[in-house]
Design a protein around this ligand. Structure first.
Ligand SMILES: Cc1cc2nc3c(=O)[nH]c(=O)nc-3n(C[C@H](O)[C@H](O)[C@H](O)COP(=O)(O)OP(=O)(O)OC[C@H]3O[C@@H](n4cnc5c(N)ncnc54)[C@H](O)[C@@H]3O)c2cc1C
Length: 288
């Protein structure tokens, strides 16, 4: 199916893009990034924006690299960029694992990191990463610039804190220390499908092997991905064991509030949280 008619704006700079968006946003003008979510929605007539501000020609949005203690990712960096570690240490390896769960290769070559966050599908991998890692989003408009924490940026299914005239320019993800261990587990109906449930765990252990710090997040189940503070508190100070992972899985299942299929999704949460903890704690840290 073809998309409904629209006017195609192709700014060459971010300043030009925000000026164009400011002019067309009141008529439901939208940003076009990789088009892997927006164009199917237009073909299905779920969205009919009369103006598209295509950001694909803006070089600065396609750059990424490590600056200081963080990975800075331009909004237009394609998913495939993360197939090889984009950052040193555990963060690069973690992202290289997560990206393989995003759709299929052709979609990964066009779909963008920022587009995934702006689309805010609760079953997408990058929003979960952003929340668990405490990423910061840089939103730019003709009115200026502001920075938002990922947890404030993601508001609900397909809903973010971005105003209609704002463009997500980039995302800053703090690097993980070399002794951090991580585990990512996802259940999807078929390879490349959106997640029915996923869990991301990042752990640090003390000299005695006890869990000194834990970040445990789930996605694909609730309206937005989130960290489970009660499960993090429960495992902290404990020595990893199969019994502890099972208890954490049960606690996570009880703590989550699925949008649908509550019994089934809770069972998935129990499994993915317990497995992600197991794979994190059995991983060899880079510098233990
Ligand atoms: C068959 C299929 C399977 C998929 N499976 C998965 C999957 O398993 N996991 C997953 O995470 N994703 C999946 N996707 C979605 C894919 O990752 C998309 O690339 C992503 O959701 C949107 O990125 P995009 O660059 O294509 O954005 P677009 O489609 O161009 O835009 C999406 C939305 O975000 C807005 N937007 C985009 N960029 C910006 C920006 N910089 N500033 C402001 N607004 C912006 C657009 O206006 C639009 O509303 C799948 C897609 C398809 C077609």
């Amino acid at each position: 199916m073809k998309a409904p008619p629209f006017e195609w704006h192709r700014p060459a700079t971010l300043a030009e893009a925000v000026a164009t968006l400011a002019a067309v946003a009141p008529q439901d003008g939208r940003v076009l990034a990789g088009g892997q979510s927006l164009l199917p929605a237009m073909a299905l007539r779920i969205a009919r924006p009369p103006h598209l501000v295509d950001i694909n020609g803006i070089a600065e949005l396609g750059a990424w690299g490590v600056e200081g203690d963080a990975l800075r990712i331009g909004a237009l960096v394609r998913h495939v960029a993360f197939q090889r570690p984009a950052a040193p240490g555990p963060l690069g390896a973690l992202m290289a694992t997560m990206v393989r769960h995003i759709a299929h290769w052709p979609i990964r070559t066009r779909g963008s990191f920022g587009g995934s966050l702006c689309h805010a599908d609760p079953a997408s991998e990058w929003p979960l990463l952003a929340v668990v890692m405490g990423a910061e989003m840089r939103a730019v408009s003709a009115r200026g610039e502001r920075r938002l924490a990922a947890s404030a940026f993601l508001r609900g299914p397909l809903e973010t804190a971005l105003a209609a005239d704002e463009i997500l320019a980039g995302v800053t993800v703090p690097l993980l220390p070399a002794d951090a261990r991580w585990g990512f587990e996802e259940v999807a109906r078929r390879a490349g499908d959106f997640a029915q449930a996923m869990a991301l765990v990042v752990l640090r252990q003390d000299a005695l092997g006890r869990i000194a710090e834990a970040r445990i997040g789930i996605g694909g189940v609730e309206a937005v991905p989130r960290r489970l503070a009660s499960v993090e508190a429960m495992v902290t100070g404990r020595v990893p064991s199969a019994a502890l992972f099972e208890e954490a899985g049960r606690t996570a299942a009880a703590a989550c509030e699925p949008m649908e299929d509550a019994g089934y999704r809770r069972a998935l949460v129990r499994a993915v949280v317990s497995r992600a903890l197991g794979s994190a704690s059995s991983q060899r840290a880079l510098a233990a």
